[in-house]
Ligand binder design. Structure first.
Ligand code: FAD
Length: 471
């Protein structure tokens, strides 16, 4: 077969190259480090971990990231094999010796007879004579390639920073306090006039909340990131610092909303949450992008009436991060709709984290190899962790916005909110158990989703499912 070109030898590019070569198709992997560095990488090794050495939970029985680990192992992942070999003790998490891990990936890639590594910067879109290519250049994609991607996809299609508002599991919001309503009952495209969940605050609650935001610990920007504040994207705590009334006249304005539980009392301020995925299981806190530390976020945001027991699918952040508007630009097999044969993989597609980036590399590699061999491209089932993440990136994310055309796709870790719901009646109180509370139901639900994911992933890969207690 003619080779498939992979640009970027990070977590995603290394995994994509491995998957392609494992299917018998040659690969040319283009990595610029060695010729040109990034602001975060420190070595020339492939799959360098730029910050933490953790791949997070390895529990495949009830943790979404543990499930994706297990699915990747089933699919013969190089990244997971190297991580397992270089594991260091970290309780239930999979943490690795970062140097040993990167060296193992680098050696495996260099030793594979079907992979050629070229150390060079690719300064434009892959040339047309590379009929099949994968761009996996990550959150710190070199500027000239980023400009070329922007020229191909449009000005608004490539972001250089993410401004992430926290995302909450819908079933952890107290609807005895909150209510559904769009401001002024406005019906936007695809909307119903009830697209938002509203959390009301009285004056004392608002003042305490503003005080907590101002006092909360924040994470600073790295010197090379600059301070990317622009209008409409200020961190919530920066808005709070600008004046006691700023939030009440900004994202927390109470106008156009009537508390369904208490229609005669006007809220002093309102926090709005907007549906974040097509399944309706996740809601994001509108306008709540933040640089608060994670611990501070959970504590402060649970002060909001109705969110006292909120479970966060992800917390907020503001980072340097190059990523494309994948739901609009990519087809379900990660191919750029405007350029057949050109796929994207890794964090640049709008997933978040080492494991997720590698998993998207795994899928892109398998899809490209199938295309090269003239085989059908088999997408992972939506019930798997791989399929759930792919669905989020390539289309599961919805926009129910009052401002049509406003871009709202933000990077996402794998989490249970991305998986389709279980069949009704799946969650049954176990025999002999007296008290079966909300928390017990959540745990059972996660266990059942995890089990279904592993079974469906095994079927997708033509394997027999294995359900080791911790895979
Ligand atoms: P990368 O691993 O960054 O790989 C991209 C590769 O492409 C790089 O090797 C780069 O040199 C190369 N490249 C770029 N442009 C070109 C070009 N034009 N030509 C050739 N090669 C090119 N995730 C976590 O899970 N935990 C963390 O603690 C964490 N901390 C982070 C800290 C920082 C500062 C940043 C920026 C990100 C962090 N992330 C973290 C996210 C993490 O980077 C990604 O999850 C992961 O590395 C992305 O994998 P990737 O393969 O998409 O990109």
């Amino acid at each position: 077969y003619p080779p498939i070109h992979v640009v970027g030898g990070g977590l995603a590019g290394s995994e994509a190259a491995w998957q392609i070569a494992s299917s018998g198709v040659p690969v040319i992997l283009h990595e610029m480090r060695g010729v040109r560095g990034t602001d975060a990488h420190k070595t020339d090794g492939l799959a360098e971990l730029v910050c933490s050495n953790s791949f997070r939970s390895d529990d495949a029985t009830s943790n979404a990231v543990g499930v994706i680990h297990a699915e990747m192992r089933m699919a013969g992942s190089l990244i997971m094999a190297a991580a397992d070999r270089h594991q260091v003790p970290a309780g239930g998490a999979l943490a690795v010796d970062r140097d040993g891990f990167s060296e193992a990936v680098t050696k495996a890639i260099h030793d594979h007879p079907l992979i050629t590594v070229v150390r060079e910067e690719i300064t434009g879109l892959p040339p047309r004579d590379w009929d099949l290519a994968i761009v996996a250049t990550g959150p710190l994609t070199a500027p000239s390639l980023a400009s070329a991607i922007q020229a191909q996809t449009g000005e608004d299609s490539l972001a250089f920073f993410d401004a992430i508002a926290p995302i909450v599991y819908r079933d952890s919001i107290d609807m005895d306090i909150c209510w559904y309503q769009s401001r002024y009952d406005k019906v936007g495209p695809g909307g119903t006039g009830k697209d938002y969940i509203n959390c009301p605050m009285d004056e004392a609650q608002y003042n305490a909340f503003v005080d907590a935001l101002i006092a909360g610990d924040t994470v600073g920007f790295k010197e090379w990131e600059g301070t990317p504040y622009f209008d409409g994207c200020l961190p919530i705590e920066v808005m709070a610092e600008r004046g006691r009334e700023t939030l009440r006249h900004g994202p927390m304005k109470p106008m156009g909303l009537t508390n369904a539980h208490n229609p005669t009392v006007k809220a002093y301020a309102v926090v709005q949450l907007r549906q974040d995925n097509a399944l309706g299981t996740l809601y994001n806190m509108v306008g709540f992008q933040t640089k608060l530390k994670y611990g501070a976020q959970a504590e402060i945001f649970r002060m909001i009436p109705g969110l006292e027991n909120a479970e966060f699918a992800r917390l907020g952040g503001l980072h340097r991060n190059t990523y494309i508007n994948s739901p609009t630009l990519l087809d379900p097999s990660l191919t750029l709709k405007s350029r057949p044969g050109l796929r994207f993989a890794g964090q640049i597609t709008g997933c978040e984290g080492y494991v997720e980036s590698a998993s998207v590399g795994l899928m892109a590699g398998r899809f490209a190899a199938a295309e090269r061999k003239g085989e059908a491209i088999l997408l992972p089932p939506a019930t798997t962790a791989l399929g759930s993440l792919l669905g989020h990136i390539t289309g599961g994310h919805i926009v129910t916005d009052e401002e049509p055309g406003k871009r709202s796709f933000q990077p996402m870790n794998i989490n249970f909110g991305l998986f389709p719901e279980l069949e009704p009646g799946s969650i049954v109180k176990p025999e002999g158990v007296k008290r079966f509370r909300g928390k017990d139901k959540t745990i059972m639900k996660r266990q059942l989703i995890a089990r279904r994911a592993l079974a469906d992933c095994a079927a997708w890969l033509g394997q027999t499912p294995r359900f080791a207690e911790s895979a």
